[in-house]
Ligand binder design. Sequence first.
Ligand SMILES: O=C(O)C1=C[C@@H](OP(=O)(O)O)[C@@H](O)[C@H](O)C1
Ligand SMILES: C=C(OP(=O)(O)O)C(=O)O
Length: 461
Amino acid sequence: MFVTEPDLEARSPWSQLHTIAEAELAPPSGPPQQAVIHAPGSKSVSNRVLIMAAMARGRSVIGNLLRSDDTYWCIDALRRLGVPVSVADEAVTVDGIGGHAPVREGSLYMGAAGTAARFLPGLLAACPEGRWRLEGSASLSARPIGPLIEALRAAGADIRYEGREGRLPIVINAAGLRGGTVELAGDVSSQFISGLLMAGAYAANPLELVVPGGIVQHAYVGITVDWMRRFGAQVTHSDMYDRFEVIPGPYAGHELKVEADASTACYYLAFAALTGGHVHIPNLRADTRQPDIAFTDILQRMGCRIAKGPRGVELWGPERLRGGFTVSMKELSDQTLTLAAIAPFADAPITITDVAHIRHHECDRIAAICESLGQLGIAVEEHADGLTVFPGTPSGGLLPTYDDHRVAMSLALIAAKVPGIRLLDPGCVSKTCPPFFDHMRSLGMRVRLKPKEGQADAADS
Ligand SMILES: O=C(O)C1=C[C@@H](OP(=O)(O)O)[C@@H](O)[C@H](O)C1
Ligand SMILES: C=C(OP(=O)(O)O)C(=O)O
């Protein structure tokens, strides 16, 4: 078994479970009936708008920003660059620096946030002067960044690796970005494409980006383009997302509201799907660009009834989930683990394909979910690009969470049906959803958070 030691330095002051060693979970006494949950703000939108607002001219006022480790470290890095960011209950205010970072030297810590680590290098390289070191958590430092750095170098950036080639930490010597025609593959991470595009607005010349061979989770690039346009950028792309052009021009600060996080909402929907209950997420936009909204189509295929519209998204779970299909999760791969965790409860095997890239996420997610399900006695076949999960009744067990919020949140779902599920280091959920276990409680799950040795006991329910 491979186990990842959690890198606790990446847990921010917005994390809620610093003192917790283990979560002991037990099924609800009955399925949730008309449970209403408001999903937190989208991580993807939050970090994009924070970064564009920071680089913009003028003030941005951001409502419903996600409060989690990923956004905390993004704000922390922006403040270290000299960007005034003030966080109040109702909104976050960012006074944009117009592409010139006031603090010209320093070390910026990204926590475990792939978004911040892939979006900031290009924009920093585009500043007229400055020298910054970018570092991240243990898991982020193991994730690839090489293709992005190569492409930025081709656009004129001076970026060096401090240690291992293709990985953080990096040192950025800013002297402006030239622009021009650049090729960048999107098969490892869509975030590379997003990072290059965002920086294009601050290049000296138009940036033409050619992407051979397709982009994994290409909808996230669509989200980037949408928000660049809302910040006033001129960006165009081909229908196939294989050619992009950005005309230089600064972002303009404005007032905006972050939509609900579709990826987080999927755990609540999956809970209702598993238990045959009913969950309503009023603030989840059915027409969101976030690709994980398509998880509702998979749940529908598994026998759930879904209502989508101006009232948000509602789901009614069936008596028994249906399996017996193969599904490509390339476009919504953050939900691979959610589907794998509910798959044992379906009436036939489920095969997930096209997600080799998630071996480079917070952990090797394919290996982690196969190990975890195997530990609970579920038959699984691991493939290079996915897995097959066979129907079965999971046992209870003490499971590692691999310092990966999605491993923890997905495995927690199994406890909606099975007693005796215990998760080590449940605090890793704070990367994107610090109140996750409160949400599970509100759906009826019984949650006991066991403190680390020497810490006071936490509340049970
Ligand atoms: O741009 C974004 O906001 C994201 C892109 C995706 O990453 P990859 O394209 O690296 O798979 C996704 O998994 C991540 O949660 C958020
Ligand atoms: C892959 C993920 O995160 P990141 O933004 O760090 O890439 C994720 O949230 O599942």
